[in-house]
Design a binder for this molecule. Structure first.
Ligand code: NAI
Length: 249
């Protein structure tokens, strides 16, 4: 299926591995220009190179989403080199789980800074270019935890719940400029982030997921493809849960 995303410039934060890299692979197969941003230069260049070796157009840049000046400078370089930022995927995210009673303030702050403030910084810097182009699309990778909460993840839930509210506000603010903003809320997805979960915890989750299994990064990537394409041109401000039915209401 063609989503008509050939040569569109897709910027993915946290794109070196996991869900971010799966999103990159999926867009690359559509002929898009992939711009991966991640903390470690060597790792992000290696990930981009893996796509180039498959015949795709991909570039890796070191960047930290919490570094406002660094992101501003990086986005300016990206637009100069690639001509535009057609789609921004705010995917970089971390967890620092603990019961609230034991949660350190620095773990609260770090998770809010990367997951929520980082998305604000990247959105603000990218929107500057999208606004001028009067077109663009922003996809925020939230989480089902931001919808339903989770014991031991108060910081993460607050960051992802905040990201969902942020998505709606930006969608209202940017709509008249031709820029759509949506969120994808993954459920339990098999990545390095969830690989550390004990087997009994994973089995417990599988029991409460109507589709009875964890999802794959490709499930998230395919939803992003739809949200970035003109096939979703009348959809903005929405959060699509890709979670096997876990949060259905
Ligand atoms: P991951 O840990 O495999 O990948 C995250 C990437 O973000 C890493 O490459 C990391 O270096 C990068 N990153 C971290 N801090 C950064 C910063 N300050 N600046 C730039 N890059 C940074 O995680 P995964 O599982 O691929 O998750 C991706 C997104 O999906 C996250 O936002 C996560 O919260 C969300 N998510 C994941 C779920 C899962 O089951 N794996 C479920 C729900 C949401």
């Amino acid at each position: 299926m063609s989503y008509k995303l050939e040569n569109k410039v897709i910027v993915i934060t946290g794109g070196a591995r996991g869900i971010g890299f799966a999103i990159a692979e999926t867009f690359a197969a559509q002929g898009s220009v992939l711009v991966l941003i991640d903390l470690n230069q060597e790792q992000v260049e290696r990930s981009a190179q893996a796509l180039v070796e498959k015949g795709c157009q991909a570039f890796g840049y070191a960047g930290n989403v919490t570094d406002s000046a660094g992101i501003e400078e990086l986005f300016a370089r990206i637009v100069e080199k690639h001509g535009a930022i057609d789609c921004l995927v705010n995917n970089a995210g971390v967890t620092r789980d603990n019961l609230l009673i034991r949660m350190k303030e620095e773990d609260w702050q770090l998770v809010l800074d990367i997951n929520l403030k980082g998305s604000f910084i990247c959105t603000q810097k990218a929107f500057k270019y999208m606004m001028k182009a009067r077109s663009g699309c922003i996809i925020n990778i939230a989480s089902v935890i931001g919808i339903m909460g989770n014991a031991g993840q108060a910081n993460y839930a607050a960051s992802k719940g905040g990201l969902i509210a942020f998505t709606k506000s930006c969608a209202k603010e940017f709509a008249s400029r031709g820029v759509r903003v949506n969120a994808v809320a993954p459920g339990f997805i098999e990545t390095e982030m969830t690989a550390t979960l004990p087997a009994d915890v994973v089995a417990g989750y599988a029991k409460v997921i109507p589709l009875q299994k964890m999802g794959s990064p490709a499930d998230i990537a395919k939803t992003c493809l739809f949200l970035a394409s003109d096939d979703s041109s009348y959809i903005t401000g929405q959060t699509i849960a890709v979670d096997g039915g876990l949060t259905m209401r």
